[in-house]
Ligand binder design. Structure first.
Ligand code: UT7
Length: 312
């Protein structure tokens, strides 16, 4: 029996900030941002919306989509590096607000790979039959840790949330293989400083990401005994179109088989993979029985990939 996705949901804040809006407040240009990153706009949460609010709306959406009541959830895992506060965790806040009375709850901190870490953790509890239904949320309010005076990072990030309800799925479907990894020696390339701002050595993270995304994608296919030709859709973490393209080329996939939502949302860290999946489902591009390869990387450094046969 494999663990898989029973339902998926998302929440994106209303406010859109375009590259042209950023041109007015810092020394940058739409042309630079678009050509160097692929980003055209990002969503920014309202002052009154914190991370737990974004997570709550995405979670309600995912529960609805799964047709599962909050009381049936056994565990809540929230992947985020921008919690409302260190504790109580976003997952505990969510447990109370959803009324998920029997759920245990904890947050996972693995930056942009957080959603992969959350899903793979959930898979273990489900496949050992310890728990049946697990809510996994990837959520960030990166705008609150963005240094709006640093054009190297401020143009990249956005806010949002994606969530899945995981549980046992039918024969042949669900998570077929995974890979997780970390390399603390690269922690110095992407971190939160004493002012709580994101600091990044873009070039170093870029080099790591290009190498790791392709490698992890190939590794999960190998582990599942599948080949590149079997892949229906690649869902890369949406950090930079050039990094995503490198991963796509490593799998020899045509353009239409890679999810690209960075132009709408920017880099939403732990939320980017589920946001992309919901987008592709809405476009009619992801269907039951499709083989998806999801791959994320981020600060830590961390990475994670999953090969999953979509559907219940
Ligand atoms: O999700 C987690 C992880 N983060 C990432 O995956 C980010 C990985 N890295 C990247 O995506 C890219 O390295 C960046 C998009 C951050 C930067 O692109 P780049 O092609 O590596 O540019 P660069 O850092 O080499 O900078 C090139 C030039 C510099 O000017 P000089 O020194 O050549 O005169 C920068 O000062 O571009 C300048 N620059 C900008 N210009 C206009 C940097 N940021 C901006 C900006 N607007 N926002």
């Amino acid at each position: 029996m494999n663990a898989g996705v029973l339902g998926i949901g998302r929440y994106i804040p209303e406010k859109i900030v375009t590259n042209f809006d950023l041109e007015k407040i810092m020394d940058t240009s739409d042309e630079w941002i678009r050509t160097r990153t692929g980003i055209e706009q990002r969503r920014i949460a309202a002052d009154h919306e914190d991370t737990s609010d974004l997570a709550y709306h995405a979670a309600v959406n995912a529960l609805d989509n799964a047709g599962i009541a909050a009381e049936e959830i056994d565990m809540i895992i929230v992947a985020t590096v921008t919690p409302d506060q260190p504790f109580p965790t976003v997952s505990c806040m969510l447990q109370e607000r959803l009324g998920a009375k029997k759920a245990s709850a904890f947050d996972v901190s693995a930056a942009c790979a957080g959603f992969m870490y959350g899903m793979i953790t959930a898979k273990q509890f489900i496949e050992t039959k310890a728990y049946k239904h697990i809510l996994v949320v990837g959520v960030e309010k990166l705008s609150k840790v963005t240094d709006w005076k640093d054009r190297n990072t401020a143009v990249l990030f956005g806010d949002g949330a994606g969530a899945v309800v995981m549980g046992p799925v039918s024969e042949g479907r669900g998570i077929l293989s995974f890979e997780l990894g970390s390399d603390g020696t690269g922690g110095k390339y992407l971190y939160q400083n004493e002012h709580d701002h994101i600091v990044m050595n873009g070039r170093e993270v870029f080099k790591f990401a290009v190498r790791q995304m392709g490698e992890s994608a190939v590794n999960v296919l190998d582990k599942a005994g599948l080949s590149k030709e079997d892949v229906d859709f690649l869902i890369p973490h949406q950090a930079n179109i050039r990094i995503m393209e490198a991963a796509r080329q490593r799998l020899d996939l045509p353009e239409e088989k890679m999810s690209k939502t960075i132009q709408y949302y920017g880099n939403t860290s732990a939320a980017s993979i589920p946001l992309s999946i919901v987008h592709e489902i809405e476009q009619g591009k992801i269907k039951d029985d499709d083989l998806l390869v999801m791959v994320g990387f981020g600060g830590g450094l961390t990475w994670g990939a999953i090969a999953i046969r979509w559907g219940k």
